[in-house]
Design a protein around this ligand. Structure first.
Ligand SMILES: *[C@@H]1O[C@H](CO)[C@@H](O)[C@H](O)[C@H]1NC(C)=O
Ligand SMILES: *[C@@H]1O[C@H](CO)[C@@H](O)[C@H](O)[C@H]1NC(C)=O
Length: 277
């Protein structure tokens, strides 16, 4: 039965690649694509400085965010309170998209430069939350920067499976399929049957419709740190499954640290929450 399912998924992957090869899929997904923002968010960009030129507290918050991205600011639970508006404007507006676009452009340029012709084992590891799927819709209701992964409302939201794809990550994912690089999703979400189903359904509905493995965290592995868990899974992929991790992308440093990291790592922006290493 499992073998049959695997076969079906491989076929789906094959069809997905065939469709991709005959369409120009990536038009209009760049950060400069104003039309992709809602009217409300476009107005926010105009009447607030948060997504454009920072002023006042925005100046400080901009520097704080760079500190977060460079992994200099660590171990924080919520963003500084004076940065609430800044974080919201950043994540709802162009700035977040533009920063993500730069990361993904670099990742694509790197992947295109790889010598892959005889390397069927090449794989790329994607984190899920705030990497493949965005929870901005949830934060709009519950506040930006108040995320707690074990909060009942957030778990309900995950189970509802209505998170949206991050457009730049879809672009990267489709490029990986075209290059013949295998996809692995590696998430710290708990591996319950309900959450596995919701995660898979949400990914498929948002365009991430094939993968080699979707790894969630077994209840047995909850004692170790995220870095221990994720690097342990990457080690397994390489040593037991014979894959070569050519790239690894996530929004948290804990997605990227810990040997084997992958041949190159890419950090997507996230000023809303920090997951301890
Ligand atoms: C999720 O569960 C439903 C109901 O059991 C099932 O029909 C569906 O195929 C499952 N989806 C995935 C992606 O596993
Ligand atoms: C988790 O631990 C239980 C109890 O020790 C064991 O029966 C089960 O096989 C383990 N599951 C995995 C996925 O390792």
């Amino acid at each position: 039965m499992a073998k049959r399912l695997l076969h079906v998924r491989r076929l789906v992957c094959f069809l997905a690649v065939a469709v991709l090869a005959t369409t120009t899929c990536c038009q209009g997904w760049g950060a400069g694509d104003v039309s992709a923002l809602s009217l409300v968010d476009r107005l926010r960009q105009i009447v607030t400085a948060g997504g454009g030129i920072p002023v006042g507290d925005g100046d400080y918050c901009d520097s704080w965010r760079v500190g977060v991205e460079a992994n200099n600011v660590r171990g924080w639970t919520t963003p500084p309170r004076k940065c609430d508006n800044y974080v919201e404007n950043y994540m709802r507006g162009h700035h977040y998209r533009r920063d993500s676009m730069v990361v993904v452009d670099e990742a694509i340029a790197y992947a295109e430069g790889l010598q892959l012709s005889d390397d069927a084992a090449a794989c790329w590891v994607f984190d899920v939350d705030e990497t493949a799927l965005s929870h901005v819709k949830f934060y709009k209701k519950h506040g930006f920067g108040y995320h707690k992964s074990d909060e009942p409302a957030f778990l309900e939201w995950l189970i509802a499976g209505k998170a949206s794809a991050l457009p730049n990550t879809v672009r990267l994912y489709k490029k990986m399929l075209l290059l013949g690089i295998k996809i692995v999703f590696l998430s710290d979400r708990p591996d319950t049957p309900e959450l596995r189903n919701a995660t898979a359904t949400n990914l498929i509905e948002e365009g991430f419709d094939c993968w080699e493995e979707l790894i969630l965290r077994s209840p047995n592995s909850t004692t170790g740190s995220v870095v221990e868990y994720k690097s342990g899974e990457r080690k397994r992929l390489q040593e037991e499954n014979g894959l070569v991790i050519v790239g690894n992308i996530g929004d948290q440093w804990s997605d990227l640290l810990g040997s084997p990291e992958g041949q190159r790592t890419f950090k997507l922006p996230n000023p809303a929450y920090y997951i301890d290493n």
